[in-house]
Write a protein that binds this ligand. Structure first.
Ligand code: AMP
Length: 117
């Protein structure tokens, strides 16, 4: 694998960029999205940066993907009513800007935020 700059999420995890770690498990951590698109907009991120997107992650480590879903669910219970939308932008043409896999946890009044579906 080619050497590359640490991702913004790795730099947050290492304390180089300020952000509150809202919750963590052994392999996953969560922060608030800096540009929220819903009343509750959190990011759930594996501590490892080895997977660029959810397709790579699911193929190689489904247990880690399940750990992300579990943390997303508990955060949705803590920060909203327990219901949530989980979004993995996959590829630049789908809006992915950070190539360190992460899940967007969207919750709260999604209809009022224009995200009803
Ligand atoms: P994506 O576009 O799916 O790759 O998502 C990347 C997300 O990271 C975007 O929603 C950004 O708002 C968010 N983001 C970028 N920098 C930061 C930061 N320093 N702290 C929290 N969220 C960030």
């Amino acid at each position: 694998m080619p050497m590359s700059e640490p991702s913004i999420f790795t730099r947050i995890l290492q304390g180089e960029i300020p952000s509150e770690i809202l919750a963590e498990t052994e392999n996953v951590f969560a922060i608030r999205d800096i540009a929220p698109k819903a009343p509750v907009h959190l990011l759930v991120i594996p501590k490892t940066a080895q997977y660029r997107n959810v397709v790579e992650l699911a193929a190689d480590d489904p247990a880690l993907l399940a750990e992300m879903v579990g943390l997303a669910s508990s955060l949705a219970g803590e920060h909203a009513d327990g219901d949530f939308r989980l979004v993995f932008n996959t590829g630049a043409n789908a809006g992915q800007t950070v190539f360190h896999v992460h899940a967007h946890v969207l919750a709260g009044s999604l209809d009022e935020a224009g995200l009803g579906g």
